[in-house]
Every structure is written in C-alpha cells, then in structure tokens.
Ligand binder design. Structure first.
Ligand SMILES: O=P(O)(O)OC[C@H]1O[C@H](OP(=O)(O)OP(=O)(O)O)[C@H](O)[C@@H]1O
Ligand code: HPA
Ligand SMILES: [Mg+2]
Length: 181
C-alpha cells in the first residue's frame, strides 16, 4: 500500500499534534453548551475518534453517512444521504466533523439539512481544507491543514475505498489512478 504513495504531506505525528490543538480550542469554546458531535462518514471516522478523546467535555456523538465521490477524484455534484442521524437535533449545538472540505458541496448540503431541522448552532471542524477547489462559498470554523490542489489519501480519506487506514496523509502516484482522474 505504501508503495502507491508518491509523497507524504503530513506525518502521523504532525496530524496528532494538530488534533490535540483543535481539541483544546473546541473544549474552550463549547464549555457549558449542549454539544453534539456529528461525524460525516465514512471519511471522518478516524479523525473523529482521535478528536473526541481530546475534547474534555460531556458530549453526544452521532453519525451521518453521505457520499458524492464514488470511485472518482472529482465530486459527482450530487450528495446522497446514505445513513441519517439517530436522534433529532432541535436545539443542539452541532459540531460537524469532516475529514476534508474540497468543493464544499457536501458541507453546504449538510448545513442546510441541519438548519432546517432547527439546530441551535451549526459549526464545522475539518482536518484538511482545499480552498482553491471550492465551488460553494464556505469556510470551516476550525481547520487542521491547508492542502494543495491534489487528491490526497490516508487518515480516513480514500481513493476508490482504499488507503483510509494509512496513519499519514499523502498523494498517490499518478499511475494508481489508471485513467480515473
Ligand atoms: O467538499 P466536497 O467536494 O463535497 O468533498 C468533501 C467530501 O468528500 C468526501 O466524501 P466522499 O463523498 O468521498 O465519501 P466518503 O467519506 O465515504 O469517502 C470527504 O470525506 C468529504 O465528506
Ligand atoms: O482529496 C481528496 N481525497 C479523498 N477524498 C476526497 N474527497 C474530496 N476531496 C478528496
Ligand atoms: Mg471518499
């Protein structure tokens, strides 16, 4: 699997240090609030499990699965809810946890859904941010790392469902895409 990586952008240690820093900020900002952590599956599953251990507050965790990339490296433009939340969000302070914001389509769709369900507040934390690919004007409230305009894998992020289990984040060798990009 590691042979398919052209370049490592962020090491496991750099990622863990950033997660701890984000956890400290979120702990300070959400003290006394009714925090609901919303993990956007599948990509955010590793980030959320590291992040919640660094948030020193009572909180709830729920999961939503959405998908728009399929096996491609560009968004299909259509965001599909594959699994919805288990509980109502009315009156909750929701923190959406994303692995990456790229075009912004997934997030703008989710924020819209949650606001229509009368959440008290909706904010976003993303580990990776690819701002130059944005087609929807949207900013995360908490950001880990800015990344260049390249398709990245690892730390939850996949290409055609593979590479999510890499503990670091990197760029694949072009030949791995075999004509899909
Ligand atoms: O800003 P966007 O262009 O919408 O891209 C970001 C979204 O795309 C990826 O999910 P994907 O649809 O690949 O599903 P997955 O998390 O199951 O891999 C990623 O995990 C984000 O949720
Ligand atoms: O760069 C990326 N890598 C993996 N999944 C993604 N979904 C949006 N952008 C990316
Ligand atoms: Mg994906």
């Amino acid at each position: 699997m590691r042979n398919d990586i052209q370049e490592v952008l962020f090491t496991e240690q750099e990622i863990q240090e950033k997660v701890a820093e984000l956890g400290r900020q979120i702990t300070a900002d959400y003290a006394g609030k009714n925090l609901l952590i919303l993990c956007v599956l599948k990509g955010a599953f590793i980030f959320v499990s590291d992040l919640v251990k660094k948030i020193d507050l009572k909180l709830d965790i729920d999961f939503m699965a959405v998908s728009s990339y399929g096996n491609a490296t560009k968004s299909s433009g259509v965001v599909k809810i594959v699994k919805d939340l288990d509980a109502p969000v009315e009156g909750r302070d929701i923190l959406i946890v994303e692995d990456i914001i790229d075009s912004g389509l997934t997030l703008s769709y989710l924020i819209d859904v949650l606001e229509r369900r009368n959440a008290h507040s909706v904010k976003v934390v993303t580990m990776f941010d690819k701002p130059h690919r944005r087609t929807v004007g949207l900013e995360a409230d908490y950001k880990g790392f800015l990344i260049p305009d390249a398709f990245i894998v690892g730390y939850g992020l996949d290409y055609a469902e593979k590479y999510r289990n890499l503990p670091f984040v990197g760029v694949l060798k072009p030949e791995v895409y075999s004509g899909h990009a």
